[in-house]
Write a protein that binds this ligand. Structure first.
Ligand code: TXA
Ligand code: MG
Length: 338
């Protein structure tokens, strides 16, 4: 199959809508990462997503909508869920809701909840509006690879596997949406993202973070969010994360770098002078920058053939928790405290 990349013109959006309604797959930009979409109500179309990504069938998909009017046919949101949607939609928040029968089991991997998200990216919104079907979409990478934040990243993983990629430029946030369980009295973040614990707590009084967010699951342990169980986001080179004061981290990274043939350093811009003329990949200045750059830098490391990646930890506050959650998984939890 030939994979086309199209700019999001009116005709391209019509074409995307036609493909989706015909049970085909379309990759599209969102404010978090690129998604690989199919008509969420068409079980055969949804199965194609799992095949194209090599995704384990036990990992549920998020359903994307553009209008609140679509919710009722799909799920039963709790009071808290509705408040969160009103405040943070459209935007990088996925809310788990009790699913209705219309949502095929293949979408939710047999769970009785469905993750609902209303993206804010204008191209995603327009595609969803024109297609006029709810769209099930995971990130548009091959399973285990870093999530794509540009159309070129999607092509790298999906060339020949899907008919169309809509090009909406680089994703704004660069890490996937916050996944939140709002079924109980206190909402629980299962996957951190740009909608932070602090932001949720400010709205509804309290918010917890699942403890699986920053540690590996034990063999056989049940995952609150199945995606957290799988190997994830991994570059081809081996990644280690160093956590501690800027000086101690820089010293440990320099020492590790200097005994390697082919290493690269992921560091915040303000720390670059600490590494002299050693090779680095950009992480930007702020936590939001680090989120924006992380996956692109992991892919860039692969392109340049680095076999060893040495990364500075970032603060786990605010969106930093999302960055560290992804980095720790990309490193298979090889995190050194120095
Ligand atoms: O930003 C995003 O969320 C992107 C864009 C495309 O919207 N999508 C995305 O999808 O990241 P995916 O499939 O790569 O990640 C979805 C995560 C997985 O960890 C999955 O296990 C979890 O959400 N998830 C989905 N439905 C769930 C459910 N019903 N219960 C628990 N976890 C769920
Ligand atoms: Mg993913």
């Amino acid at each position: 199959m030939e994979t086309r990349i199209l700019q999001p013109t009116e005709e391209a959006l019509e074409e995307a809508a036609r493909l989706l309604r015909g049970g085909e797959l379309v990759a599209f930009p969102t404010e978090t990462v690129y998604g690989l979409g199919a008509d969420a109500l068409n079980a055969d179309a949804v199965r194609r997503i799992f095949a194209a990504k090599n995704r384990p069938a036990d990992n549920p998909l998020i359903v994307h909508i553009w209008d609140m009017g679509q919710l009722d046919a799909l799920c039963e949101p709790s009071e808290t869920a509705l408040r969160l949607m009103e405040r943070f939609w459209p935007g990088p928040l996925t809310v788990l809701c009790r699913k209705k029968a219309a949502v095929p089991d293949v979408v939710t991997a047999g769970l009785d909840t469905v993750g609902m998200r209303m993206p804010s990216h204008p191209v995603a919104r327009e595609m969803l509006r024109v297609a006029n079907v709810p769209v099930a979409a995971p990130s548009a990478n091959l399973s285990t690879r870093p999530s794509p934040t540009t159309a070129a990243h999607v092509l790298e993983d999906m060339d020949g596997r899907i008919p169309l990629i809509l090009d909406g430029g680089a994703s704004d946030f660069g890490v996937e949406s916050t996944v939140l369980d709002a079924s109980g009295p206190v909402p629980v973040i299962l996957r951190p993202g740009a909608v932070t614990r602090e932001m949720v707590a400010e709205l509804v009084g309290a918010c917890e973070v699942a403890d699986s967010v920053m540690r590996p699951l034990a063999e056989g342990e049940a995952a609150p969010s199945p995606g957290m169980r799988h190997r994830h986001y991994a570059p081809k080179g081996r990644l280690t994360i160093y956590r501690g004061s800027a000086e101690a981290v820089a010293e440990a990274i320099r020492r590790a770098y200097d005994v390697e043939e082919n290493a690269v350093i992921l560091a915040l811009e303000d720390h670059l002078p600490l590494y002299g003329d050693r090779r680095t990949l950009p992480m930007g200045r702020t936590l939001l920058d680090a989120a924006h750059h992380l996956f692109a830098s992991l892919r860039e490391a692969d392109h340049r053939g680095y076999t060893r990646l040495l990364a500075e930890a970032v603060s786990e506050e605010a969106v930093g928790l999302a960055v560290m959650n992804r980095m720790a998984r990309a490193a298979a939890f090889d995190v050194e405290d120095v």
